[in-house]
Design a protein around this ligand. Sequence first.
Ligand SMILES: Cc1cc2nc3c(=O)[nH]c(=O)nc-3n(C[C@H](O)[C@H](O)[C@H](O)COP(=O)(O)OP(=O)(O)OC[C@H]3O[C@@H](n4cnc5c(N)ncnc54)[C@H](O)[C@@H]3O)c2cc1C
Length: 390
Amino acid sequence: MKKVLVLGGGTAGVETAIFLKKEGFDVELVSDRDFFYIYPISIWIPTGEVGLDSISIPLKDLSESHGFKVTVDEVERISASDMKVYLKNSGERSDFDYLVIALGQSKIKHEGIEHTLSICGSPQEALKIRERIEDLIKIGKGKIAFGFGGNPRAKEAVRGGPVFEILFNTHNYLKKLGIRDNFELIFFAPMEKPGARLGEKALKMLDRMFNKMGIKRFTGKKIKRFTQNSVVFEDGSSVEADLILFTPGGTGHPVIKNSDLPQTEAGFIKIEDSCQVVGFENIYAAGDVVSIEGPEWKAKQGHLAEVMGRNIAHNIAVKEGIKSGEPKGYKEHINIFCLMDMGNGGGLAYRSENKALLIPLPVIGHYLKKGWGVYYKLSKLGKIPRIPGM
Ligand SMILES: Cc1cc2nc3c(=O)[nH]c(=O)nc-3n(C[C@H](O)[C@H](O)[C@H](O)COP(=O)(O)OP(=O)(O)OC[C@H]3O[C@@H](n4cnc5c(N)ncnc54)[C@H](O)[C@@H]3O)c2cc1C
C-alpha cells in the first residue's frame, strides 16, 4: 500500500489523515504538538469558561481511533523537487509516495507586536490572555483594546470572527462580574468596514451591538506600531490600553516561504482545484497554508480545510485506481459559515454566491456552539457518527 506523509496536526492535517486511512493508505502524520487544538472553541479560554484539555484532542487518541501513525516533530524544511522533508529530531525523510502539506499559516509581524497577544496564536498565548484579563479584574478596572489586521497581498487571510467573539465574551464576562462599568473596551481595525465580508446585515448587527455594549471603535486607520500600552496609527493618533489583543493578517508559513514550492507573493501554496500543488504530481496541500481562489468575500475556514482534506484522500485514491470517480474540487465549497458566539447568545452568519444571511440566536446560540464543540470532539474520535458538512 502506498504511503502518505501528512505534515501538520491541525484541522486540515487530521481530517486528511482520517480519510486517507479510510481509503486504506499507510499514513503518518507529523505535528510539532502532540494534540489537535480546536481553534473555534478556544475563544472561551480568555474568560475562563474552558481550559486547554476541553479544547484539545491528544493525537495519540486520534491515532488509536483511526489507525494512522503520529510523529511529534517539527518540520524545518521541505524540498519539493526531490520529495524530501527535513524534521528537527528525525532528520531527512523521503520514505513516502505522497506528501500532504497542512502546516497552517503565520501572522504578519507589525512593529511592537510583542506588546500584543492574539487568540489566533499558540494555546499558551490564549492562556496568557486569560491571565492578563484576570490581573485587570483583580485590580478592578482597566482598558482593553481588541483588534485585527489584514494582508493586502492576501485579502482572504483575515481572522476577524474570533476577535469579535472574545470582545463580546469579555463584555458579558465583566458584566456578569458586575464590573463592566469600570472597564473601557475598544475595538480597532485598519479596514473601513471590518466584518464586511459577512454581508450588509451582519455589519448592521455588529454596529448595533457595539453601540449597545458601549464599545468605542477606531476603524479605517492603518496601524503603524504597538507600544507596551498603546496602538499607534499612521495618522499619528493613538489609543492607550492596559492590554492589547490583536490578531494580525495571515501570511505564509516560514517553512513554505523558504521552500521551492510554488507560492503567492504572500507565501501561500498555489494549488489546483483538486488541492494538488501546481506542478507537483504527488504533493497536495490543504487548509490555511494554501492560496484559495474564489469570490471577493472568500475566507479561510475550518470547514473548507476539512473539505480539502477529504477531497485529497478521495483524489489520491482515484489516482491510485483504488476507487473510480472524478477528482473532487474545493472551489464549489467556498462559503462562509460561522456561528459567532457572544457569551450570552450568538449569530449564525452564512455567505454564499447568492446569499448573505445573519440569523440572531439569543441565548441558544451560545449553547449551540458549546454543543458543537462536544459533537466535534466525539465525532473526530469516531465515538459518534459525523453529520455531513459539520
Ligand atoms: C481562534 C480561532 C477561531 C476560529 N473559529 C472558526 C470557526 O468558528 N469556524 C471556522 O470554520 N473556522 C474557524 N477558524 C479557522 C480555522 O480554525 C482554520 O481555518 C483551521 O484551523 C485551518 O486548519 P489548518 O490545519 O490549515 O491549520 P491549523 O489548524 O493552524 O493547523 C496547523 C498545524 O500544523 C502544526 N504545525 C505548524 N508548524 C509546524 C511545523 N513546523 N512542524 C510541524 N507541525 C507544525 C500546528 O501545530 C498545527 O497542528 C478559527 C481560527 C481561529 C484561530
